[in-house]
Design a protein around this ligand. Structure first.
Ligand code: ADP
Ligand code: MG
Length: 394
């Protein structure tokens, strides 16, 4: 990787500010209901503590909009982190100011402190220079391990990086390495699968991937707009009428680039997107006028699956159907299993796609599931992420 990591700086005895993504879901009582993101940061935290750094963690949680909001405090997160680490985790009730400064001063080598929610201050999201200065005053080095916010230039990942030597943590390193490997030097054939509700969310990704892949398989709600562009009738299906022309242009670009663009050949339809809907499989040429397309059909799963079998690199973003509802989950689950069975390097981006792979029970057999929803999409669009750009080059 071209960026420096925690291994490239001396952290022993230093005050190390670590931007982590502890934006975890909480239940009504304020307990952490999914600690995946906390677990994902453990390798970096353990390494730093083992190297005798004074570890100062900072994160955001939810959208408190620049004000203190009791339901977004990080105390429950600190408690769960303490359980997972097996060593005491201190907690400060602010992320800047006298309280934070004293908490940092009291840290011994190898101690771990979690600062309060960064977004209690408007300066975090505004990337305010003064707020960044106050954060930077607490540390000697910045380690960024929050890939999920790397597509935003905020004070904790960009402003502070202007003031302190900034390097990647292990999670950030893995994300950048995997995503740049598939985009930069993919083994071929390189196949991308795109789905999700709307083509408008993914135009940039499709456009960029068309420059790189050998085949592009399209499913999900976005396929409807491509069907329409190809002159098919799609009943009451979700359609972005103002994107039909664009879909046609993307199909043309695929032809020009020699990319094998594949659309579903059969689909699952129902009168409405409902969990107890009367769902049936029809060829794409025979979608009833009073029905919606809500999943890809079994023949398409097979066809896409065959292309996955021969692939050496696969990138997947976006569920192929409304997988949250049982009658429309088979397509997405089938493709998830196809990826798991494939010998290819498999990389998944997007929050719902990651959830779908978990639901299919095959997450352990995927090469890399990105922890950053929006950040992974911007990466796949070929954009430089500000949080990554701010890290020191090797
Ligand atoms: P990701 O978070 O992985 O980037 P998206 O947010 O783009 O994925 O898309 C996920 C959503 O797309 C899911 O909520 C799913 O129900 C919806 N979706 C998939 N296929 C269809 C379809 N045929 N019609 C309507 N919605 C769909
Ligand atoms: Mg999503």
């Amino acid at each position: 990787m071209a960026k420096k990591t925690v291994r490239d700086v001396d952290v022993s005895g230093k005050r190390v500010l670590v931007r982590v993504d502890f934006n975890v879901p909480l239940d009504k009582e304020g307990h952490v209901t999914d600690d995946t993101r906390i677990k994902a940061a453990l390798p970096t935290i353990k390494y730093l503590a083992g190297e005798k750094a004074r570890v100062i963690l900072m994160s955001h949680l939810g959208r408190p909009k620049g004000q203190v909001n009791e339901s977004y405090r990080l105390d429950a997160v600190a408690a769960r982190l303490e359980q997972l680490l097996g060593v005491p985790v201190r907690k400060a009730d602010d992320c800047i100011g006298e309280q934070a400064r004293q908490a940092v001063e009291q840290l011994g080598e190898g101690d771990v402190l979690l600062l309060e929610n960064l977004r209690f201050h408007p300066g975090e999201e505004k990337n305010d220079a003064d707020f960044a200065r106050q954060l930077a005053a607490l540390g000697d080095v910045l380690v960024n391990d929050a890939f999920g916010t790397a597509h935003r230039a905020h004070a904790s990942n960009q402003g502070v990086a202007q003031l302190l030597p900034a390097v990647a943590g292990f999670l950030m390193e893995k994300e950048i390495t995997m995503l740049s490997q598939v985009l930069g030097s993919p083994g071929r054939p390189f196949v991308a699968i795109m789905g999700g509700a709307k083509v408008s969310d993914k135009i940039g990704v499709i456009d960029n991937l068309l420059n790189k892949v050998d085949a592009l398989l399209i499913g999900g709600g976005m396929a409807n707009t491509f069907f329409k562009a190809g002159g098919l009738t799609i009943g009451k299906s979700l359609l972005e009428a103002d994107k039909v022309e664009l879909a046609g242009q993307l199909m043309k670009k695929a032809r020009e680039k020699g990319v094998d663009l594949q659309l579903p050949v059969d689909v699952v339809v129902a009168p409405a997107a409902s969990p107890d809907a009367d769902a049936r499989v029809v060829p794409v040429s025979a979608v009833p006028g009073d029905c919606m397309i809500l999943d890809i059909g079994p023949e398409t799963v097979q066809k896409f699956g065959n292309l996955l079998k021969d692939a050496v690199t696969v990138v997947w973003n976006g569920p192929l159907g409304v997988f949250e509802m049982e009658p429309f989950a088979k397509g997405t689950m089938g493709i998830a299993r196809g990826l798991a069975d494939s010998k290819a390097v498999t990389v998944i981006g997007g929050g719902d796609s990651a959830a779908a792979v978990e639901k299919a029970g095959v997450a352990g057999r995927i090469t890399h599931i990105s922890t950053g929803g929006g950040a992974s999409l911007e990466f796949l669009e070929g954009k430089e992420l500000p949080g990554v750009a701010a890290l020191q080059d090797k």
